[in-house]
Write a protein that binds this ligand. Sequence first.
Ligand SMILES: [Zn+2]
Length: 486
Amino acid sequence: MAEDQPARITPRSENFPQWYQDVVREGGLAEAAEVVRGCMVIKPHGYAIWEKIQQALDKRFKETGHQNAYFPLLIPESFLKREAEHVEGFAPEVAVVTHAGGKKLEEPYVIRPTSETIIGHFFARWIKSHRDLPLKLNQWANVMRWEMKPRLFLRTGEFLWQEGHTAHATHEEAERETIQMLDVYTEFAEQWMALPVIRGRKTESERFAGAVTTYTIEGMMQDGRALQAGTSHDLGQNFGRAFNVQFQNEQGQLEHVWQTSWGVSTRLIGGLVMAHSDDAGLVLPPKLAPVQAVVVPIFRKAEERQKVLDVADRLAADLAAAGVAAVVDKDEAERPGAKFYKWERKGVPVRIELGPRDIAAGQVTLRRRTATERETLPLPDLAAQLPRILEEMQAAIFKGALEARESKTVDLEPGKPFSEALEAGPGLPLHFVRAHWCGSAACEASVKDETRASIRCIPLDARPDPGPCLVCGKPAGGRVVLARSY
Ligand SMILES: [Zn+2]
């Protein structure tokens, strides 16, 4: 079997960042673009996962009344400058196009880092009356934010995402939209990605440049760091004023619209890897697995070959009819052992081994990606049972992630140093720390400077729980969640 041994995956306990890179590489998800600074090539298996993410979210966006549209990649540079905080936030990371058609442009274009400005421009042309509201659009697109320390999926110069942009007649309606989309993201993270998330509000220093309020969902990775998995922004009238998006209300007066924007990106794939995968490679929640079951035919003699392949094909067809995405791995240049490794590393939830003896006994050998033992199931029942097995796996992966988060979340006790609560010990995962915070930006900055941990969010479901601020000791009304993050 020695020739079947694939490249090594560094164990998580040895070097978590290296493990992440190994899993991404061996899973065939992506690689660095090398010749293009900070960018990545998303490989077919990684892109197939993105397509599953897109399908699930796109359906929910449409069910909640949004339509897809597409705006230009290039944005006049002057647009960015119209909203003061927005330009300040994004100027350091924009790429600028200064020449085109062999000539210097009169006005440079920026490559979109996000599209509030150009969409604001068109909203101003399209919205005239209260009858034009609400306007609820979504765009699937690429964006570019120049990145000095790129990491595949987590931080890359160019990435894929969706950005929702809506305009409303009242602030109350815009706020409801912001929370509705946070709910859509929460449901997607928990039910599809099997990733439990904390819903909350960002502090002023962490909010989106140009927003009144930014809401976030934060998940915990296996090393105890937080991943911001999606954000939803209440933009107030900031962009409405900057782009003069006005409508005539029912009384005939002109008002600026109230806007929202919300987005998730390909960094979710990095989150999937870091939340669930193990030292053998990628683990995918079945609902987002492009291939949910692989059938590996096993035979030694030529006369067994056709019989095994026929049964394998019939089984794959039955599985497809039961709604399971199944493939038969017929590559005869590769031994079964090498195939086992390959599909394990791609995170395929279920492997089905099928040989002449299995067929004679009317059974198959099945291995769940998340189990160490194989199990034997009757061949005729398999197609009927597999959807239930996949559901069980989906639920178990979520439960495992939830238990891991709970075991690594601590409340800061009065008088105990924050850094001791954050760091469990050398080589151990970090903690999420729930601590009291007085609301001052200075206290927030001092924690970040000293420990590299930030306030991830002010949880939406926090109960009143008075206590002393973790920095200055002044009274605070409740706890916030602090962690190091990606
Ligand atoms: Zn304080």
